[in-house]
Design a protein around this ligand. Structure first.
Ligand code: HEC
Length: 252
């Protein structure tokens, strides 16, 4: 659980990636591959990325523009997933610190991330699932529970990364509640995100406060969001209506 939360947390990568809200999951959606990932200066065709680009870090910038297809992590290629060799752990540390100029991750963070990567399985084709509110909410909850566990174990720095990940997920929900009639929902989302700000910036997030936030989110905000989901962009019907109202004919 902690591994998946970190996989979705941009702050783990630090630097430019974090500022652009890019997490591992932006490129490897659900641990597989995102065929649509495209970032100017980093990608050639959609679904490719140059991870040794100076956009992310100067340490490993090789001065060449050589985007590679983003691999599907369900199928190990260059990096062995063997538990005893520690290859995956070393690769992940290097990826975070050198390719993305993130801060030195804790041992617990690397172990959790490696466990998540090892657990990614091939469950059929890389489907383009429309994200539902429930998926995004479960990532919010998972991030906050992970932050609680990490804070309790004394790993404050990784805990703050997970809290920032939860705030990022709330922002993604906010983007989908775009309809003018949903201003109350947007206000509540913003307030919930603000309530997490002290923990995201704290050098020692308080697990009891995080737990309190999570209980309040589940009992107060979630029912309101669920009631309005049909008017949000999580609803396929609403997306079609929204496109026709806004006169956009651009296909996905
Ligand atoms: C900007 C897009 C991008 C981001 C963000 C990203 N990756 Fe990757 N990842 C790639 C690309 C492209 C490769 C292939 C690089 C190559 O072939 O040299 C790769 C390779 C890998 C591999 C090796 C797969 C194999 O067996 O060969 C693993 C494991 C991996 N990434 C995990 C992660 C994790 C964990 C994170 C977050 C800490 C992450 N990636 C963030 C694009 C990305």
């Amino acid at each position: 659980m902690i591994g998946q939360a970190l996989f979705n947390a941009p702050m783990l990568l630090g630097g430019q990636a974090a500022r652009a809200d890019i997490s591992c999951a932006s490129c490897h959606s659900n641990g597989r591959r995102n065929p649509h990932f495209h970032l100017a200066g980093v990608s050639a065709e959609p679904g490719t990325a140059d991870v040794s680009s100076s956009f992310f870090s100067l340490a490993r910038a090789n001065g060449r523009f050589d985007p590679k297809p983003i691999p599907d992590l369900a199928f190990p290629k260059k990096i062995s997933r063997d538990r005893t060799s520690g290859d995956l752990e070393r690769f992940l540390r290097g990826l975070i610190v050198e390719e993305f100029s993130g801060r030195e991750p804790s041992q617990a963070a690397i172990s959790a991330l490696a466990a998540y990567v090892r657990s990614i399985g091939d469950c059929g084709a890389v489907l383009e699932q429309p994200r539902r509110l429930a998926d995004q909410v479960s990532l919010v909850r998972q991030s906050v529970v992970s932050a609680e566990l990490l804070a309790r174990s004394g790993d404050s720095e990784t805990s703050a990364i997970a809290v920032a990940g939860a705030r990022n997920q709330l922002g993604l929900i906010n983007e989908r509640y775009a309809d003018p009639s949903l201003s109350r929902e947007r206000k509540l989302l913003l307030a919930a995100s603000r309530a997490l700000q002290p923990a995201a910036q704290s050098s020692a997030p308080d697990p009891a406060e995080l737990r309190h936030w999570r209980i309040k989110f589940d009992s107060h905000l979630l029912p309101i969001l669920e009631l309005a989901e049909s008017r949000s962009l999580y609803s396929e019907l609403h997306v079609r209506h929204w496109i026709s109202e806004n006169g956009t004919t651009k296909s996905q």
